[in-house]
Write a protein that binds this ligand. Sequence first.
Ligand SMILES: [Zn+2]
Length: 370
Amino acid sequence: MDNAFRIFRLRGIDVFIHVTFPLILIWVAVSYGVLQGRGVSGALFGVLVTLLLFGVVLLHEFGHGLAAQKFGVEVKRIVLLPLGGIAQLGRIPEKPAQEFWIAIAGPAVNFVLALVMLPFVPLVFPDLDASSLPNAFRLFGELDGRAIFLYLFVSNIFLAVFNLIPAFPLDGGRVLRALLAAVMEYGRATRIAVWVGQALAWGMGLWGFSTGNLFLILIALFVYMGAAAEGQSIALRAALDGLTVEQAYSRRAVTVAPDQTIGEAVQLVLGSFQSNFAVCAAGQVVGMLSYSKLVAALEAHGRVARIGDVMETEFPTVQPGANLFQVEEQLVTHNREAMPVTEEGRYLGLIARGDIAEAVRLLPILKRQA
Ligand SMILES: [Zn+2]
């Protein structure tokens, strides 16, 4: 996911905002101002409470982020999207207790905020009871301090409760897995948590269909796919566990030299299965020419450009003994197609995503037949 811009950094955590984020502001302005016919003040209410809501979402994500840091788990960044926030962690903590605390820290922030606001509710609404509640909600859309207070109070309760639904990718799914993993094997705990999440998604979806609630159907789809993705990532981890780069990398991957041209590299790509190249000089890897870089360089500078002038000079390398699961994670998180495999600086070959897919497919069959 990119197209996100950094807005600030706090406690060592970068906060990014996705380019599509303003869409939600436009949507709420139109929704309160035009669709509900509340005019400019309605539109301003919508924008204001949405910005405040995302402030609350940000605090929720910082709850996850700071808890993760406490356990030494790297927090790559927090991204704000139109539909919520994500705290991207360097690795999924495998210790169930750590995952439990990191997952529960987000909803806990909302719970504490609601608790702090609770004593002020009777002050803001002196005679609020069940019968006058609908009247209080009718304030939504009016540029009124009480309406904004109520909106934030309700939002915190909603965020705490909704996120604790025990279904991946919601926090509650992680909490459930962590609790199960305390008494059973991690893979089995994940399978059960995925199953519970998908069953709940079915329930939500059917409820949405029977009541004509489109929003509920969308949430159900999001939960269903999130659960499936979590199940797959764990299956992949299980498949890659114990495998090393040694077992999968391409030893015959051709290298190019800094003095060769982009045109020569293009010919290599067209005439072979290979599309990423390590750039080597005197047996040492000095750069990487990925397929996407090659296309960009060909377009910008033409075929006569020198590879040495357009190659990437900062790139990760891996050793043959590296764990394949970690390499896969590195490729995905750094959005890379391939990495050079080296030993004491000496070039051995390339490991690409396709190599890993082949290893996942072929090595278990070999193992079964051994
Ligand atoms: Zn959360």
